[in-house]
Design a protein. Structure first.
Length: 273
């Protein structure tokens, strides 16, 4: 018996990184998975984003655990596409009971001179994308009447904003991740009557392609003060995707059945510095 037997979990940004880790961890506990990813590149993003072949690996990993998975290519900036994916998934797997709004980008380190685009793309994916994800999935959860749990992946930058150096990319990232907390608090009130819990999760730096890439390395090398401001209290530079996934599992399981409206750091003490 798993903690999530007979549950269906929708996860955005599921092709690789934290999203794939979340999909595997929840599948290990018995959940069927709805995996969403853009599987393409956004021009302002200075690292290679997830691709179709990455999503294929996620599919294989979930299926190897004996769980079902519906994978769809969709941009979280496109609310209609997300609503369509939810309809298709519920037709095949049944009602969604868990949502993990994980998709996100960082444009820090980009050589794109269009600062307006850097700011806008970051806000559109990291904040508007979360709104689109929840508003696409929540009505079906309400209609099913089974309660549920929603986790919005924010960041330590959604609690502190430490290390901001005035750049459009860094400022937009902190603003979007703070905004996700505002969404969570509003959603928690909206959905409480339906016994749907909503929380945010705030990781420190995670060892994923969004953080481990040449653009970020160059950015920190050129701005040592910002690099120093992102150091954790515990002696670890980056945590692993699985560390975040374990926290996601707790929040969406019955072990946290009365936990809603909170901001949960998984940050190696970053916010305590």
């Amino acid at each position: 018996m798993g903690l999530l037997d007979n549950k269906v979990a929708l996860i955005t940004g599921a092709a690789r990184g934290m999203g794939r880790s979340h999909a595997i961890r929840l599948a290990e506990e018995g959940a069927d998975i709805v995996a969403i990813d853009i599987c393409g590149q956004i021009d302002s993003v200075p690292y290679q984003m997830g691709r179709t072949e990455d999503m294929e690996q996620t599919i294989k990993a979930v299926e190897s655990l004996g769980r079902r998975i519906v994978a769809r290519t969709a941009d979280v900036r496109d609310g209609a596409a997300l609503r369509g994916a939810v309809r298709e998934a519920t037709d095949e797997l049944g009602a969604i009971g868990i949502v993990v709004a994980n998709a996100g980008i960082a444009t820090v380190g980009s050589d794109d001179p269009d600062t307006d685009r850097l700011f806008r793309d970051t806000i559109d994916v990291n904040l508007t994308g979360v709104w689109n994800t929840v508003t696409a999935a929540a009505p079906s959860m309400q209609q099913a009447g089974n309660g549920g749990a929603i986790v919005l992946i924010s960041s330590t930058q959604g609690l502190k904003g430490t290390g901001g150096n005035g750049s459009a990319a860094a400022t937009a990232y902190a603003a979007a991740k703070h905004g996700v907390v505002g969404l969570m608090r509003s959603f928690a009130h909206w959905l409480a009557r339906d016994n749907i819990r909503v929380n945010t999760l705030h990781p420190t730096g995670v060892e994923t392609p969004m953080i481990v890439n040449e653009a970020i390395e160059k950015y920190f090398a050129e701005d040592p003060e910002t690099a120093q401001a992102t150091v954790n209290l515990l002696p670890v530079s980056l945590i692993q995707p699985s560390d975040v996934s374990d926290a996601v599992l707790w929040l969406v399981s019955d072990h946290a059945k009365y936990v809603t409206g909170i901001t949960l750091p998984v940050d190696a003490g970053f916010c305590a510095r």
